[in-house]
Write a protein that binds this ligand. Sequence first.
Ligand code: C2E
Ligand code: MG
Ligand code: MG
Ligand code: MG
Length: 281
Amino acid sequence: EAKARGEGGHQRYVTGMESRAAERSRRHAELRRAVAEDQFVLHYQPVVTLPEGSMAGAEALVRWQHPDRGLLGPGEFIEAAEETGLIVPLGRWVLREAVRQAAAWRTELGEAAPRTVSVNASPRQLQDPDFAAEVAGALAEAGLPAAGLTVEITESTAVGGGATQTNLAAVREMGVRVALDDFGTGASTLSLLVDCPVDQIKLDRSFVPEPGRDAIARAVLQLAQAMDVEAVAEGVETPEQAARLTEMGYRRAQGYHFARPMPADRLSVLEPMIPGRRAGP
Ligand code: C2E
Ligand code: MG
Ligand code: MG
Ligand code: MG
């Protein structure tokens, strides 16, 4: 560091800083523009019943249709969206689009439509005092019954401040379901489930059972049953895992073994892809 204070070194150091900062602000500008120009799409991943494999719901997962870089997953932009606050307008779009699609599936598929569509909501969104009103507005505009929407939060969101608790209580009061995502990976205590009541717990995929390593999956199911909360196993990749979860008593699962996230129009014609899915009307 001291050496870098020589004229050339100092220059190089500052230039490096500037270009990192410049790169960052360029990425942020790009993201801001993407939000303004609607460069996002939602893919949907089925949540299925065990043991039947019928579609019980679908989770909306956002992707960025980048003009040069192709389709980008949330790992490439959600953090930047959080940092810049762009997650609020982006999340608003995700909510409205998922609710619109959920209502459209009900019209198109009737009984075969996913019963509920899940949307991931970030801490910043839940802290926004307008969140519950936006949810109500989106449901009313699309004509979707509240139970047709599930809002997924993580443990860190659930302990968050601002209007979070008011928003969560308000949407549950409407009949919207709330799910605790990635359960077991946060730093919160089990008392969270008392302080912040939810309708569904999603067992994080790191706890999907492997031979000789299924204690957490069992314990979380028992906890969910005792609290009358639905348990979903995430990240199920193999038939062995699906069988083991079924044996344990899990009734809901999600993962590549059943179906990958896909565009909405592919989910509509999914029937042959999920063994045992009940035929539509
Ligand atoms: P998540 O909500 O826990 O979503 C599940 C992630 O696991 C998805 O990744 C999904 O594609 C992936 N996945 C599903 N089945 C399997 C499997 O069997 N094996 C493995 N290895 N992975 C599986 P994706 O789409 O890349 O999303 C990553 C995360 O980004 C999500 O995790 C969620 O936290 C966040 N995210 C996605 N969409 C949104 C959004 O609209 N808003 C916000 N705030 N966050 C979002
Ligand atoms: Mg999720
Ligand atoms: Mg998850
Ligand atoms: Mg996650």
